[in-house]
Design a protein around this ligand. Structure first.
Ligand code: NDP
Length: 222
């Protein structure tokens, strides 16, 4: 049975990924920050672990828990938007966004990517078109944009290191999605976004290693 690992699955896009992969008969390992969310993920049939991506100890514990695992697909989904108009963020605002969106994935990659590379599988991070420098037309959400641009850099390094070991590593924009982060006015339902993301990732081969893609598979400038 193929195995998918979803990091950040309590709600939104990550939670829908768990639901869809389970429906398709996949074995799913999922993480959530709160105990009660882990219990709910277990009810969906996932193997669940508690993880706060801002905690080095929590990430180290996940490393031990996943020690014997091999995974076909890994999605690093957890993220925060932070303050709406943080053109002059406070230190704590900066730290909160960067720790979640950048430092978390930086620490997770050395744990997760080897599990994927062993199976010549795929590792995807949920970035955002807002992190694109080449496609930039607005300055709203400056701090969030900077965090996703930095995440893209982490992904590019990951693709070099673990692509050489057989993994295909990509950054995705999931579209503008109706979640707590995207809001109710977003253009895509969470089901539509996740259906497209899963299909696109499934269709990729190693030639896409290091790509930044829209949910439908079209390329996004870095
Ligand atoms: P939501 O706000 O709905 O969910 C965010 C998820 O991240 C929750 O599961 C949350 O867990 C988790 N999370 C946040 N901080 C931590 C942490 N410290 N440790 C563990 N988990 C954490 O967001 P979406 O589902 O909409 O977004 C998912 C990803 O997609 C994000 O990375 C986002 O930046 C990206 N994205 C979303 C877009 C959209 O339109 N929705 C557009 C572009 C990108 P908890 O419940 O514990 O808070």
């Amino acid at each position: 049975m193929p195995t998918a690992l979803i990091i950040g699955a309590s709600r939104g896009i990550g939670h829908e990924m768990v639901r869809q992969y389970r429906l398709d008969g996949w074995r799913v390992i999922a993480t959530a920050r709160k105990r009660e969310d882990c219990d709910e993920l277990a009810q969906l049939g996932a193997v669940s672990y508690q993880l706060d991506v801002t905690s080095a100890d929590s990430i180290a514990a996940l490393g031990w828990q996943l020690d014997d695992e091999q995974v076909d697909l890994a999605w690093i989904v957890a993220g925060v938007y932070g303050p709406e108009h943080a053109s002059f963020p406070t230190g704590p605002e900066f730290d909160a966004v960067m720790h979640t969106n950048v430092l978390g994935p930086m620490r997770l990659v050395p744990i997760v990517a080897p599990l994927v590379a062993t199976r010549h599988g795929k590792l995807a991070v949920l970035s955002s078109k807002m992190g694109s420098i080449g496609a930039r037309s607005s300055t709203e959400g400056t701090l969030y944009r900077a965090s996703k641009a930095a995440l893209n850099s982490v992904l590019a390094d990951t693709a070099i290191t673990y692509g050489a070991q057989g993994a295909t590593c990509v950054a995705f924009h999931p579209g503008w999605v109706q979640t707590d982060m995207g809001g109710s006015g977003a253009t895509l339902t969470v089901e539509q976004s996740v259906t497209a993301l899963r299909a696109t990732l499934a269709g990729l081969d190693t030639s896409s290693n290091g790509a930044f893609l829209n949910y439908d598979g079209s390329p996004i400038p870095w």
